[in-house]
Design a protein around this ligand. Structure first.
Ligand code: ADP
Ligand code: ADP
Length: 225
């Protein structure tokens, strides 16, 4: 099955007397091992789409599947459990815990889902090593460069081996060269693991290197190729 399947998603926000309809029946499938760019002007609903796909917001209509799992009948606990194990998030800012080392930042989410410290540390070191941070395990976020911080954030996002990675402008705070490097590392991770990634970005150079591009038009998801 797709890692993410969105079927006929509707999402509106209350606005004055009426409703502002952002998504109007949006369909999208992201397959394992695929990295898809979400390239759309501001205000068209990118964050809304990522929040619905990430089970942070419920749609007003339509269905979200994570792998085979339908989410329509899940209560908040069920959604949270599924989010923690199957979905990773990366944002424009790294949101790492400042008092903890790079490795600890990657270990903590794994311990929350029940791994013991040793297993979590082993996986965390391996992941950080894969992302080129083998010499940075004990550094705190403030001791890392912007690109290194984002690579730690990527490691944290995939620490629990989720099926799906949702990224909202993951390189938006980085200079072009660093953005390219962080993206290349992410691409290698996707290729090596079969992770599925949906990446909202304004960076057309990076989007061009993804498997395909989609945009949001009139509340629907359409190909941007
Ligand atoms: P994008 O990420 O493409 O910039 P968003 O999904 O953030 O777009 O927002 C799309 C539209 O929905 C915007 O007009 C925004 O003001 C509105 N919107 C987003 N979130 C909310 C909310 N929680 N309440 C009301 N309106 C919202
Ligand atoms: P910036 O790009 O300035 O760093 P973010 O994109 O990090 O801003 O904004 C934080 C986003 O995280 C908000 O849009 C918010 O809706 C979203 N969010 C809220 N709760 C959670 C959660 N539990 N897990 C992941 N993201 C969340």
């Amino acid at each position: 099955p797709p890692a993410l399947f969105l079927s006929k998603i509707e999402r509106s926000y209350a606005e004055g007397e009426g409703a502002l309809q952002i998504l109007r029946g949006a369909d999208l499938a992201i397959w394992p091992g695929e990295i898809v760019g979400l390239v759309a002007p501001s205000g068209t609903g990118k964050s809304t789409l990522l929040h619905v796909a990430g089970l942070l917001e419920k749609p007003n209509g339509g269905e979200v599947y994570i792998g085979e799992q339908p989410t329509v009948g899940l209560d908040d606990d069920g959604r949270t459990r599924l989010r923690r194990t199957e979905i990773g998030f990366v944002y424009q800012s790294h949101h790492l815990l400042p008092e903890f080392s790079a490795l600890e930042n990657v270990v903590i989410p794994q311990m929350i889902t029940g791994l013991n410290r040793q297993e979590a540390a082993a996986r965390g070191s391996e992941l950080l090593g894969f992302l080129g941070l083998g010499q940075r395990l004990t550094h705190r976020p403030a001791e890392l460069s912007g690109g290194e911080q984002q690579r730690v954030a990527i490691a944290r996002a995939v620490a629990n081996a989720p099926r799906l990675l949702l990224a909202d402008e993951p390189t938006g705070n980085l200079d072009p060269g660093t953005a390219e490097h962080v993206f290349t590392t992410l691409l290698q991770l996707v290729r090596a693991t079969g992770l599925a990634a949906l990446v909202a970005t304004h960076n057309l150079t990076l989007a061009a290197q993804m498997d395909r591009r989609v945009t949001i038009r009139d509340g629907l998801i359409v190909s941007a190729d």
